[in-house]
Design a protein around this ligand. Structure first.
Ligand code: 2P0
Length: 313
């Protein structure tokens, strides 16, 4: 079997996924809506090996990260075969910039070709979901809807969107999403309210897309993020991912919007702030946000392609 190499791009949720209906099968409690980004991605190569190995950014991985890859491979490979998986993240790892989304989408795409599974794109998204919920969405380009059954699909739209990603810290997130999701859904008195409002947000977001209403979509994006974080803060123990700098950027983004620069922020399981805007305004956003001190890096991302194989069988 020849090596297979796949690439998948990270995605940022406009309407967030936070909570699982089934932990063992990694089935989300709600759908979600996202943008696949072309600036952040993972490249993964899979080859046969005498034992299972996972190398990430040149470093051999053990324990949790290796075990997650082995569990994923076990879903699809014939018994008795072992694999070496070598991944390179062109996105900070486990920092809240969706490296698990691009990582498991790339792996799903690679195993599909390597083991000649010939899955449809939708089935590939369901497979990616077993690795990581958000990975399901990275199988598809642009604007993507994931249903609560873990299957995703591309949403046709004519909005020309970009995302300005403001990195507000370095290093790993304070607590991984999976643990934080579990603590939130088990202990937050806001969790049920989050779920019921989420259905309304997702429905309204779909309507906003149909009518090309960027302002409506942006407002839903901001409130979905803030409600997700309010839910996290209401957990026991209360959890938060943002830093003082994240709050400063969110406030500044609101101020700029009030002054006429249209864009809406979102924040995931990490301190980084992402401003969703129309592409014609992305460079102005970058220039304005760069004026805030202590930012690690600002990247303007256009929408990205779905996962694909570069070479292989
Ligand atoms: C999302 N996040 O919709 C939400 C918003 C982060 C904040 O999905 O447990 O790595 O592997 O399914 O997908 C991040 O969690 O969690 C995430 P698992 P995942 O993008």
């Amino acid at each position: 079997m020849k090596p297979v190499n796949a690439i998948a791009y990270a995605n940022i949720a406009l309407v967030k996924y936070w909570g699982k209906a089934c932990v063992n099968k990694n089935i989300p409690q709600t759908g979600s809506l996202s943008l696949t980004l072309n600036a952040f991605y993972t490249k993964t190569t899979i080859t046969l090996s005498s034992k299972d190995r996972f190398v990430l950014n040149g470093i051999e991985q053990y324990s949790d990260r290796l075990n997650k890859v082995i569990s994923f491979l076990s879903l699809v490979r014939p018994k008795g075969l072992f694999c070496e998986v070598v991944s390179e993240n062109f996105v900070p790892t486990e920092s809240g910039l969706a490296s698990s989304a691009s990582g498991f989408a790339a792996l799903a795409c690679a195993v599909d070709k390597f083991f000649k599974l010939k899955l449809s794109r939708q089935s590939l998204s369901k497979l990616a979901c077993f690795g990581s919920g958000s990975a399901s969405r990275s199988i598809f380009p642009g604007l993507v809807l994931m249903n609560s059954d873990g299957y995703s699909r591309k949403i046709i739209n004519t909005l020309d969107l970009s995302v300005v990603v403001v990195e507000c810290g370095i290093g790993k997130k304070v607590i991984n999403s999976r643990s934080a999701m579990s603590i939130t859904s088990l202990t937050s008195p806001y969790h049920n309210a989050w779920i019921s409002n989420h259905f309304i947000d997702l429905k309204s977001a779909k309507q906003a897309i149909v009518t090309n209403d960027f302002d409506k979509l942006g407002k839903i994006t901001e409130r979905s993020a803030l409600r997700m974080h309010a839910n996290l803060m209401a957990a026991d123990p209360g959890l938060w991912y943002f830093k003082p700098l994240s709050l400063k950027i969110m406030s500044h983004a609101r101020k700029l919007r009030n002054e006429g620069l249209v864009g809406y922020f979102t924040l995931d399981a990490g301190p980084h702030v992402k401003v969703i805007c129309e592409s014609k305004n992305s460079n102005i956003w970058k220039v304005e946000l760069e004026k805030i001190p202590d930012i690690i890096q600002i990247t303007v991302s256009k929408l990205g392609p779905g996962a694909y194989c570069e070479y292989g069988n």
